[in-house]
Design a protein around this ligand. Structure first.
Ligand code: HEC
Length: 131
């Protein structure tokens, strides 16, 4: 009886993990316009678009397991985070805290600190605030 119960739980856990995993499905690369070489060179040399592309990559690799692929929408676990300031991102990502006086969108504490992303806060800020 007990074994049957444990097996059922194990199957449920495994199937929910597989169902929830959207890992590795992001094949999107920054669009390239191969036909007009001069304008595409302008785009890729622009430091601002490099920062945005970096931010999008970091977001896809580290955030969309919980937040929505579209940061303007709520995700599977985390809230919508479009428009986050660099101060909020720094506190939340590096220290799992909020800036003084900030009212969190959720009262849960499910998001771990991700301090290895310290060098990418600027890129994430740019991506999460682009029009
Ligand atoms: C393990 C799941 C998970 C991951 C991965 C994750 N988050 Fe979160 N995030 C959450 C949850 C859940 C909340 C709501 C508060 C809480 O429970 O910690 C949250 C809250 C936030 C908030 C605060 C929103 C607000 O205004 O109150 C920001 C900003 C944020 N996340 C940004 C990010 C960024 C950027 C990444 C990727 C670098 C990321 N998170 C990765 C789950 C996650």
């Amino acid at each position: 009886m007990n074994t049957f119960f444990n097996l059922t739980i194990a199957i449920l856990v495994v199937s929910s993990l597989t169902a929830g995993c959207r890992c590795g499905s992001d094949t999107s690369a920054p669009p390239r316009n191969s036909s007009s070489s001069s304008s595409s060179a302008e785009i890729s040399d622009n430091p601002e678009s490099k920062l945005l592309a970096r931010g999008k990559l970091v977001y896809s690799n580290n955030c969309i397991s919980c937040h929505n692929r579209d940061p303007k929408l709520p995700g599977s676990l985390g809230p919508e985070i479009f428009g986050s300031t660099s101060e909020l991102l720094t506190a939340r990502i590096l220290r799992a805290e909020y800036p003084a006086g900030y009212t969190p969108k959720r009262q849960s504490h499910a998001m771990p600190a991700l301090p290895h992303l310290a060098a990418d806060i600027d890129a994430l800020t740019a991506y999460l605030n682009k029009n």
